[in-house]
Design a binder for this molecule. Structure first.
Ligand code: SAH
Ligand code: SF4
Length: 349
């Protein structure tokens, strides 16, 4: 077919948020069904949908082709909407505090499967699915299931599709995209050389190799010092501050001395610390830090002028942390357990 048909199709998908070929009435009927059906197959089927925070957080468990599962979350804040996407079905990195890590890796997602999570969110938002009226996606974070840098090719090509203007992409600003990594050092270097201005988040979780070896098993390959060196290299290449993610786990990594050690590593560096109160996974002995320990941790960082914020805990009641809904959703479609939760399935409202 004529090349301009591809342009038309792309404008529908990215520009007008139309994914149903039947609605692309400027395409001749045979092209609509043939091209639309072939180039825009259904990649994601919603399996469960949950809302929380008075409807402002909406989480979807998707069934992918081949029977794998992945999750995405839409979060509306005053003045912005963030979608959190998965880059893999499961994850092979095995962090013991993370529900996704416990299930292991099923498979990588394709670039299209990643992009479609954002597009599905964009369509829902444009249709007014979240309170506050129709809206647009302003931010994308790769903080759902999976390790984005272990699926480098699909993730970098998804970032390009999401950030190029229509018809080539959705037109989100590169600066509004965050890629979160467990610390795959060579891939951080590669990303720094891509010429993308995306924000890098590094999941550090401990300032010392002893604790990090336990919390983030890949640390046995790339140590704290190497991960931070790669992060500073990224900041230098992109001119962007790196976000250091730190899940506070009671008596495991939340001691004041560890806060001081972390402050020493980050003082004067282009970093911002994001403290995440641990969202305990079922069956784990680990729990979130006490408010006192959290306050002291913040104080130690601020004493060295290290910028620090505490991540808000959106979607806690709907198993908001990475992989928790998939783990539960696979066990029971509509178990009594989930019915008793503070926030219910969308369809039940
Ligand atoms: N694999 C990437 C991105 C996905 S995880 C990474 O690890 O960075 C996104 C963030 O959620 C990471 O910072 C991760 O450490 C954190 N996380 C995972 N499980 C969590 C839990 N149970 N409570 C709090 N944060 C968690
Ligand atoms: Fe994978 Fe990130 Fe979970 Fe670790 S925290 S197991 S890297 S998704």
């Amino acid at each position: 077919m004529k090349p301009f048909r591809a342009d038309q199709l792309s404008r529908h998908y990215f520009g007008r948020l139309v994914s149903d070929p039947g609605q692309m009435t400027d395409l001749p009927a045979p092209a609509r069904m043939g091209l639309g059906g072939a180039l825009l197959p259904r990649l994601l089927t919603p399996q469960r949908e949950l809302t929380c925070d008075r409807g402002m957080t909406r989480k979807t468990l998707w069934r992918l082709s081949g029977g794998a599962y992945a999750e995405s979350v839409l979060m509306r804040y005053p003045g912005r909407v963030t979608v959190c996407v998965s880059s893999q079905a499961g994850c092979g990195m095995g962090c013991p505090f993370c529900a996704t890590g416990q299930a292991g890796l099923t498979r990588n997602l394709s670039a299209a499967e990643i992009v479609e999570q954002v597009m599905a969110g964009a369509r829902a938002l444009a249709a007014g699915a979240l309170p506050g009226g129709p809206g647009r996606i302003s931010n994308v974070v790769f903080m759902g299931m999976g390790e984005p840098l272990a699926n480098y090719k699909s993730v970098s090509s998804a970032v390009r599709r999401l950030t190029e203007p229509p018809p080539a992409g959705l037109g989100i600003s590169q600066r509004s995209v965050t890629v979160s990594t467990v610390g795959l050092v060579p891939a951080i270097g590669k990303l720094a050389a891509e010429g993308l201005a995306v924000r890098l988040a590094v999941s550090l979780h401990a300032p010392d190799d002893e604790a990090r070896d336990r919390l983030v098993p890949v640390n046995r390959r790339w140590k704290v010092a190497e991960v931070l060196e790669a992060a500073w290299g990224y900041a230098e290449a992109t001119g962007r501050r790196v976000s250091v993610e730190y899940a506070l786990i009671r008596d495991v990594n939340d001691q004041a001395w560890r806060a001081a050690l972390l402050a020493g590593l980050l003082a004067g560096r282009p970093a911002h610390v994001n403290l995440i109160p641990l969202n305990p996974t079922p069956g784990s002995a680990w729990t979130a830090s006490s408010p006192g320990a959290q306050r002291e941790f913040v104080r130690r960082l601020e004493a060295r002028r290290v910028p620090v914020t505490i991540r808000d805990t959106r979607g806690r009641q709907i198993d908001g942390a990475c992989g928790q809904l998939a783990a539960r959703g696979l066990r029971a479609e509509s178990s009594a357990g989930s019915a008793a939760r503070a926030c219910g399935p969308v369809s039940g409202r």
